[in-house]
Design a protein around this ligand. Structure first.
Ligand code: PMP
Length: 425
């Protein structure tokens, strides 16, 4: 039988339910858990899938005979760029392969826009009275903290099931030249799991913007991170932007952080010829070339893009059950109560949990007291401010399955208790 929504309970039933939830919470605390669902890190078993890298590379020469132990090759190893070109469905000539972190590439692109301006900038962004960015929410906390660090103001738009809310973006960018760019995680977004449709991508790449140097930082961190047989294809941002006459608008980012080793992978960006030349010129003042031996060992390990795809299926086999455990724990306690909604992602690293408005902070605090670490409420919003105090990002990949089960059963207790407290107040 379907349970009644909590908001329909009589005062008496509510009181009974509250004391039952309190008792459950006390037992939870007595269990003395010490579990962490805060960050989207690969589990040790996932890292083990790539241990073959530890014995590679077997040579130090590229296909064309270049000695990769030495300086040079600022735009990265061509063989590695070819693999990413295939995975991201872009031209190999658009790609730069760099170090271990795509976040660093995003930071470099932004600081270069601030200090120097892009090919189409009237002046460096630092010389503008104010620079603003459009931020789909909920979104990736590190995108937002990076902007805060760089002094770029943030304006939120809703992240819908098919990508950022196009009309909300349009309203911000059409007349205001201080709005210089936006973030998007186009595939299996952090944290909602949503994928940007080709229609939304087309609108974002073609819409008129008051800023001539408007940038879309297209962070495709989860392009190949499928959780089901349905392997979502990312929209073609570069092709759509070029076709619309805005070739410099998008800069794509990706990395192997959640493919091989999160701390020792390779990151790439892909963009228009003009943007790429601009980026490499800036980079030339900061580096004499990337770690091409790390790039080579990734090429040897995977051989080609199909090697990556096969590898990702092994990840899926390890982590899909953890996402299933999140769903089971939430559904078995909370289904029908009308106090929570959560995503059923088909890829990526997160489950997005929306609890009763005004209770997310309380849920996270209750969980913490019971030994379950959750990402702070509000982290998926600019300035850490969730106006509805309802959003919680769950990251189930790092703990082992039994820990995910225990932690999520506990989280469900906390969600119910916080809602009952609120409804009884
Ligand atoms: N972008 C998104 C959307 C992420 O979720 C993450 C975190 N895993 C990153 C970028 C970080 O990527 P990298 O390790 O390549 O810096």
């Amino acid at each position: 039988s379907t349970p009644a929504p909590l908001s329909t309970l009589s005062a008496e039933d509510l009181a009974a339910r509250l004391s039952a939830a309190r008792a459950d919470y006390e037992s939870l605390k007595e269990a003395g858990l010490k579990l962490d669902l805060t960050r989207g890190k690969p589990g040790a078993d996932q890292l083990d899938l790539s241990n073959g890298l530890l014995g590679l590379p077997t040579t130090y020469r590229s296909a064309d005979g270049t000695d990769l132990r030495n300086y040079g090759g600022l735009d990265g190893l061509p063989e590695l760029r070819a693999i990413f070109a295939d995975l991201l469905a872009v031209d190999v000539a658009s790609i730069v392969a760099g170090g271990n972190s795509s976040l660093t590439l995003m930071h470099q692109a932004l600081t270069a826009m601030l200090l120097k301006g892009g090919p189409d900038s009237p002046r460096p962004w630092k010389d503008e009275p104010v620079v603003r960015f459009v931020c789909p929410v909920p979104g990736y906390d590190r995108h937002f903290t990076m902007l805060a660090e760089l002094g770029i103001e943030m304006v939120s738009v809703p992240m819908n099931a098919d990508g950022p809310d196009v009309e909300a973006v349009r309203a911000l960018v059409t007349d205001d030249p201080s709005v210089k760019g936006m973030w998007i995680v186009p595939t299996y977004a952090n944290p909602t799991g949503a994928t940007c449709s080709p229609e939304v991508a087309e609108a974002l790449m073609s819409m008129p913007t008051a800023a001539p140097d408007f940038r879309v930082l297209w962070d495709n961190a989860y392009a190949v991170h499928h959780l089901t047989d349905e392997e979502t294809v990312s929209a073609d941002a570069l092709g759509l932007a070029a076709a619309a006459g805005n070739p410099n608008r998008p800069i794509l980012f990706a990395s192997t952080s959640k493919i091989t080793f999160a701390g020792a992978g390779v990151a790439v960006l892909a963009t228009s010829p003009e943007n790429r030349a601009w980026y490499l010129q800036r980079l030339g003042f900061a580096s004499i070339g990337p770690d091409k031996l790390n790039q080579l060992r990734h090429v040897e390990f995977f051989t080609d893009a199909d090697g990556v795809r096969a590898h990702m299926r092994k990840h899926r086999d390890l982590i899909a059950p953890k996402f299933g455990a999140v769903e089971d724990a939430l559904a078995s306690r909370l289904d029908g109560l009308g106090i929570a909604r959560w995503s059923a992602p088909t890829g990526g690293y997160f489950v997005n949990l929306d609890v009763l408005d005004g209770t997310a902070t309380r849920v996270v605090a209750l969980a913490k007291e019971a030994g379950i670490a959750l990402t702070p409420a509000g982290s998926a919003f600019p300035y850490g401010n969730d106006p509805d105090d309802r959003n919680i990002r769950l990251a189930p990949t790092f703990p082992v399955l039994s820990e995910v089960q225990a932690a999520m059963a506990g989280v469900a207790v906390c969600v119910e208790l916080a809602a009952l407290e609120k409804l009884s107040a």
